[in-house]
Each structure stands twice: as structure tokens, then as C-alpha cells.
Design a protein around this ligand. Structure first.
Ligand code: GLU
Length: 473
């Protein structure tokens, strides 16, 4: 066996790739990269009622959008069902598991008795040592593992430390149901073993499963992969993550205008950190990440921090690169459609020219689209309320003056229009802002925008003068 690290991400396709799942995938991916290993993907679609193709597609798309690549084809757990029953039968042959013919009524009775006696419901082992010849005719048995009854099962967890489970609390749980379907507990072990997984990284809601899974590994004589159960993500108020806190699918984060790189950076720091570093490149994260450094305590998800980090990423990103991502994301943004519709070589060039000013004022791509909307607005512009108040009566005369000053500018640029407007303001004994504000309103329909001279330069002479004159007449 080589000592190459193999991690896996194993989502159940019963819903989209939610933010907690994305972080689990990220930790698996980072750890694989950090160790020069490999991350595999397994779709845990054994639950046929709740698994959907749409959810599988959304998970693959979410991972792809984030750039969390996996090696080879995604494995379908459901398709491996024959192998799961083969291993269960092998355990029976080895005397490590047995057929159980208990009826639903008997099992129910066991539960009731346990409840009445204040014990946790456990299977009482009634078929554990019974002779198979006593099997009732025509009844399909389930297969149960012979769990150890004494001592403890120890999980050596990279995050949780050494966790001990008294074996008296583990009953002979089912590994293969009477309908021939494997239980989750069993399928995970067989798959992880067959896929050569060396390191399991998943949410700490699976910690107790780790003990049961260890029982199956031991029964088969297989090596138990190194385990790491990472703390769940909570809301900013410390409560369990709900929709309101951000427990959404990653596609919702794309629609909210977050950059994958910023989201990954933010997620990496939920439960893991490297000193006080907040902004980390992917290469930094890969070289610094280690699973043993993940905290035990629950991490808190804070939208404001994510938004601030996203703004930092946008500002430091190269304009052309940001434009590419922006354009690719437009179909998913609630306010992207008008921009997408108006996109051509000219407007693309305008967007690129306006990008330095636009990205200064935006923390998300939605805000960027909002800021860029003026480029795609049709004349005469519909002014929003604030903007309308800025071109009121007196400013209207200001606009006429500004129009006259600008129409004489030949070599149109931010610098030349600025000097013309400054000269006009001085001449008219107006503060620059008293001219710039109505001008901005007329040009963009808004009270806020990138610098007004940049706006003039990006819109060009003809369009700028036309928009101003629309507000004068
Ligand atoms: N399919 C499980 C889940 O989505 C994960 C199982 C595992 O990682 O072992 O919670």
C-alpha cells in the first residue's frame, strides 16, 4: 500500500450543496492538495426516496463553480449495492454477522420495553447465537453485525482527539436490510475501503457513526481510515444554522454575487485559521492547511464578514479578470438581465474602463451590476427619487451651464471634462459638488456612481451630452 492520502467528499443528494457541505468539501480538498494526495467524490444516493438527479447535478455544479475538483468519475453508492451485500454475506460466513428474522412486531416490543425501563432502544441479540435451522420459513432476514459487548471502541480523531464509546451501548445494528438494501453505516465502510480512502473528513454529527463503522472495519479486518470530525457551522448568534443565517445552497451565494475565491477563503476560516491572516490565496491555504489544526468548537457564519471579504477580493482583482467573472455570473444575478442583454464589444469596453470606479463601490457582483446599470440605461433615463431631487429647478440651470461648458470640449476624457466643469463652477461661483451632483444624476439616473468624470469619459461625448440635455428640456 502506498501512503498517498486519499480523501473523499460524500454528499447525500437529498438537497443542494449547502454551505456546510461546501466547507466539508473544501477541507477534504485542501487536505488532499496539502499532502499531494487525491480527493474522490461519492454520491450517497442509497436512499432512493429522497435522492434526486437534480440534487446530484446541483452538487456537481456547486463544486465545479467553487473549483473543488475531484479525481475521476463521481462514484454512485447506489450502484455499488451488489458489493455491499457481498460484504455483508461474507461477514455472515466469517461468523461476524448473522441473519436476523425478528418481525417488526418483535422489534417494536423491544423498543417499548426499553422505553418503559428507561433504556435506550437496543436490539436484544435474540438471533445472535440462534441456530439458523430455527429460521422461520418464507421470511427474508436482515443481516446484523455481531458488535462487541464488552470493552470500548476507540475513535482516534484528528480534531476531536481520542473518543471512547463503551461497547455496551452499541447493539447488533443492521448492515443489510431484509429487502437486500445496505444501511448507510455499512455502505460507507465498504465504499471507503474499496475506494482506498485514507482520511475521512466530515461533520461531527457523524462522530457516533464512526464508532459503529469501526466495528465493521474491525470485523472485516480492514484498516480504519484516519478520521476527522469537523465542528458544524452555526449562525452568528450561535444557534444552529438556519436559512436566515445563511444555510443556503452554494448557488444562492453565486446569485448573491460572491466570488468563489472569496467564499472559499471565508469558509476555510470557519473552524480553521492561520494566525491572524484573513485574506489568503489558494496557494497559501494549500500550504498552510492541516486537518489537526481545525478547532473543536462550532464556527459562526457571519454574512457581514463574508461580504467585507468579498469586497476586498473584488478590489484587488485584476479588472479584466473581474469583468470575465462578472459576465459569466450575469445569468445568475437578479439584476443581471439588462446588462446581459446590452452586452456587446462597445459596452464590454465601457465596463472595463469603468471597472476601477465600479469595484471601489461594490462588495458583491450584485452591487457591481447595480453600479454598472447606467451604462446600459436607455434614454431618456428614468431617474430614481434621490437623483430626481438633485436635478430640481435651480440645478436644472446648473445643468444647462454644464452642458454648454462640456459641448466645447473636443478631446473628450476624464481630465478634459473635469477641467471644463471646474472652470464653469469657478466662473459661476458654485462649489464643484453643486455641479457634479446634478450632473451625476442626469448621466446615471442615480445619486451615487463612480466618479462623475470617469462616467463622462466612459459614456463618451455624444451619449453624455444627450443624457444631460434630456434633463434640461
Ligand atoms: N452522506 C453523508 C452526509 O451527507 C456523509 C457521510 C460521510 O461523510 O461519511 O451527511
Amino acid at each position: 500500500m502506498s501512503d498517498k492520502v486519499i480523501t473523499r467528499f460524500a454528499p447525500s443528494p437529498t438537497g443542494y450543496l449547502h454551505i456546510g457541505g461546501a466547507r466539508t468539501a473544501l477541507f477534504n480538498w485542501l487536505y488532499a492538495r496539502h499532502t499531494n494526495g487525491t480527493m474522490l467524490l461519492r454520491i450517497e444516493d442509497t436512499d432512493r426516496e429522497r435522492s434526486t438527479d437534480a440534487a446530484t447535478a446541483a452538487i456537481l455544479e456547486g463544486l465545479t463553480w467553487l473549483g473543488l475538483t475531484w479525481e475521476g468519475e463521481a462514484v454512485s453508492q447506489f450502484e455499488r449495492a451488489p458489493r455491499h451485500s457481498e460484504v455483508a454475506e461474507e461477514l455472515v460466513r466469517m461468523g461476524k454477522a448473522y441473519y436476523c428474522y425478528a418481525t417488526p412486531e418483535e422489534l417494536n416490543e423491544m423498543r417499548e420495553t426499553a422505553r418503559a425501563e428507561g433504556r435506550p432502544p437496543r436490539y436484544d441479540g435474540r438471533w445472535r447465537d440462534r441456530d439458523p435451522s430455527e429460521a422461520p420459513a418464507g421470511v427474508k432476514p436482515a443481516i446484523r453485525i455481531k458488535a462487541p459487548t464488552e470493552g470500548e471502541t476507540v475513535v482516534n480523531d484528528s480534531v476531536q482527539g481520542e473518543v471512547r464509546f463503551p461497547n455496551k451501548d452499541l447493539d447488533d445494528f443492521i448492515i443489510l436490510r431484509s429487502d437486500g438494501n445496505p444501511t448507510y453505516m455499512h455502505a460507507v465502510v465498504v465504499d471507503d475501503h474499496d475506494m482506498g480512502v485514507t482520511q475521512i473528513i466530515r461533520g461531527d454529527d457523524h462522530l457516533t457513526n464512526a464508532a459503529r463503522q469501526t466495528v465493521i472495519y474491525d470485523a472485516m479486518g480492514w484498516d480504519v481510515p484516519q478520521m476527522a470530525h469537523i465542528p458544524l457551522i452555526h449562525g452568528s448568534d450561535g444557534a444552529k444554522l438556519s436559512k436566515r443565517h445563511g444555510a443556503l445552497g452554494v448557488e444562492a451565494y453565486r446569485a448573491m454575487g460572491y466570488l468563489p475565491a472569496a467564499l472559499l477563503n471565508y469558509l476555510a476560516r470557519l473552524g480553521w485559521s492561520h494566525g491572524d491572516d484573513e485574506v489568503m490565496s489558494m496557494d497559501d491555504m494549500i500550504s498552510w492547511f492541516d486537518i489537526v489544526d481545525v478547532n473543536k468548537g462550532a464556527a459562526r457564519f457571519d454574512f457581514q464578514k463574508l461580504e467585507a471579504l468579498n469586497g476586498i477580493y473584488m478590489r484587488k482583482m485584476d479588472d479584466a479578470e473581474l469583468l470575465d467573472i462578472f459576465i459569466a455570473t450575469l445569468p445568475y444575478l437578479e439584476n443581471g438581465a439588462p446588462i446581459l442583454a446590452g452586452l456587446n464589444e462597445k459596452t464590454k469596453a465601457q465596463l472595463l474602463a469603468a471597472m476601477p470606479g465600479l469595484k471601489e463601490r461594490a462588495k458583491t457582483l450584485v452591487e457591481l451590476a447595480d453600479g454598472a446599470a447606467f451604462l446600459f440605461a436607455q434614454r431618456p433615463l428614468a431617474l430614481d427619487e434621490k437623483a430626481a431631487s438633485l436635478v430640481g429647478e435651480k440645478p436644472r440651470t446648473v445643468l444647462s451651464g454644464a452642458f454648454d461648458a462640456l459641448k466645447d470640449v473636443n478631446d473628450w476624457s476624464a481630465a478634459s471634462t473635469e477641467s471644463a466643469i471646474r472652470e464653469f463652477a469657478t466662473r459661476s461661483e458654485l462649489k464643484l459638488g453643486a455641479v457634479a451632483q446634478p450632473l451625476r444624476a442626469a448621466l446615471t439616473g442615480r445619486a451615487t456612481s463612480p466618479g462623475v468624470f470617469d462616467v463622462l469619459a466612459v459614456l463618451g461625448r455624444e451619449e453624455s451630452l444627450a443624457r444631460i440635455s434630456d434633463q434640461i428640456d
